[in-house]
Design a protein around this ligand. Structure first.
Ligand code: PYL
Length: 274
């Protein structure tokens, strides 16, 4: 997992409308609606009944400037009553729980979770990101059932995305710069693996990129749809002109799907941590 930087997330608190217009152009829906749908919740679900606390965590490489504030802005955009705790780490977590927060968001260098204090279950950013980018790809292509879909990256997010897309009925191929990783996930999920990344990109119209990859537009097919969580993130001019949609953001999509899936534990009364 690539560690974000303050520079990379500096626009998150204010870029909501821009991100929504990109997502709406690709899927016909805004982010909040997609995140509710994917969590099995009605479009008119009132998330303002949930309070959330975001706890800055100083362990490891420490706090990322603006990270907690970005999460807070994303949750507020969803309609959740959110705040950043005044303390960090364990003291911050105790402040969150004593304040009665329903959802606690916190991230160290290894994991970012949304913990539902009512149900004692959590949703990881790996899962929220995998679900978010897979669902956006699915909605961007009027469904992926029976369609050839390429997943680039066989790490936490890529392997979970591949499973979700397979379960949506897609004909999934997975690839990774370490071929053995792709082979292992392919064998576990009963999907295909491809060792030649460039050849795989040139053969697919639907791509979920979960790696810090950047591939030239010259190998892409016109009209390709790319749902890409990978950071760093770069596509050349030819890629932008050829693609029907390239959906990316460094933090908001994964966080929004974490939030609705975590709230769904309380609303639907079912589901397990993941
Ligand atoms: C959750 C992001 C998505 C991509 N990479 C992940 C990352 O950068 N993780 C590290 C997050 C550290 C946050 C820091 C703070 O400000 O609380 N502990």
């Amino acid at each position: 997992m690539t560690r974000l930087t303050s520079e990379y997330i500096k626009d998150v608190p204010t870029h909501g409308a821009d991100l929504d217009s990109t997502i709406e152009a690709a899927t016909g829906r805004k982010l909040r609606q997609l995140a509710l749908e994917a969590a099995g919740l009605d479009d008119d679900t009132d998330l303002s009944v949930f309070t959330a606390a975001v706890v800055p965590i100083t362990s490891g490489l420490g706090v990322i400037g603006g990270f907690a504030q970005s999460i807070d802005a994303i949750l507020t955009r969803l309609g959740i009553d959110s705040h950043v705790t005044s303390d960090t780490d364990v003291k911050g977590f105790s402040e969150a729980t004593l304040s009665g927060a329903d959802l606690v968001f916190m991230a160290d260098d290894k994991m970012f979770v949304a913990y539902n204090t009512r149900e004692r279950k959590f949703i990881s950013n790996h899962y929220g990101t995998a679900l978010g980018y897979a669902y956006i790809l699915c909605r961007s292509s009027e469904g992926v059932r029976g369609k050839k879909v390429l997943v680039i990256g066989a790490g936490f997010v890529g392997s979970r995305s591949a499973r979700i897309l397979r379960d949506y009925g897609a004909d999934v191929t997975i690839t990774d710069i370490i071929p053995e990783k792709a082979d292992m996930v392919a064998s576990e999920l009963g999907i295909r693996s491809e060792h030649d990344v460039e050849s795989a990109v040139s053969e697919h119209m639907y791509i979920l990129n979960a790696a810090p990859a950047s591939f030239p537009g010259s190998i892409m097919r016109p009209g390709v749809i790319i749902s890409t969580s990978g950071v760093p993130h770069y596509f050349d001019e030819e890629a932008w002109s050829k693609a029907r949609a390239i959906v990316h953001d460094p933090l908001e999509i994964g966080t929004a799907f974490m939030a609705t899936c975590s709230a769904a534990f309380s609303i639907r009364g079912e589901g397990e941590s993941r």
